[in-house]
Design a protein around this ligand. Sequence first.
Ligand code: PEP
Length: 262
Amino acid sequence: MPNMTDDKQMTAPQITRSQSLVMGNWKMNGSISFNNQLLNEIVAGVVSVSAANMTAQLVVCVPAPYLAQAQGRLAETPVQWGAQDVSVHAKGAYTGEVSASMLTDFGCCWVLVGHSERRTLHAESDELVAQKAQAALSAGLTPVVCVGESLQERDAGLAEAVIKRQLAPVLALGPDAVKRMVVAYEPVWAIGTGRTASAQQAQDIHAVIRRLLPSSDHTPVLYGGSVKPDNAKTLFAMPDIDGGLIGGASLVATDFLAIASQ
Ligand code: PEP
């Protein structure tokens, strides 16, 4: 569970960096039977691995229709579950949208906002992503704010500037809000491509992000982008990398567990 500290204005807890966090993003993959097997394998693996080898908090972010399935299988286990997106609206005539309170109805504690696939395919702006983060916080959910530059932006020397621009409206929500979030740095050129950022490339951007954040104890910053069992250890050893957001490898229980055991 996220470490809870004071909680006066918002219901979402403050998140500390004391425990590493490994989150799976299933994207639009899965079926009842596939998920059943995957969740069973993840839970069995977590339970069988000794506490010394599995110090990370595991979370799976599943497609919205499978939240009830995740809740049914994962409640009473150490594995938590979350969603991949949330509406900025609380309720009403917003066909196809899912509100933050609907996510909490299914026991979610976490929700991704601003994944690059949503920014690109659904034209989500930096401001909208910040509004989604606020909607999540107000319902008691921990938003995982995804940021990252494209290859073109990196090649033009704009990586830092892009990250700062993407984070600006999120940081404007204020330090109290930001302490209740997670940031995930996911260079777009490394997502689903098999091409990962080197540990040093990732660390450099994580250090930039860390300097923007209000507290060195809160707001874990995760790395995402083709994290696999064979590169997770080097990435997670970097001082400003607090865990990972895992796409493809989170659909294979042995890989997800191996990453989380690094
Ligand atoms: C992601 O979708 O958030 C991601 C990091 O994907 P992958 O691990 O497959 O690159």
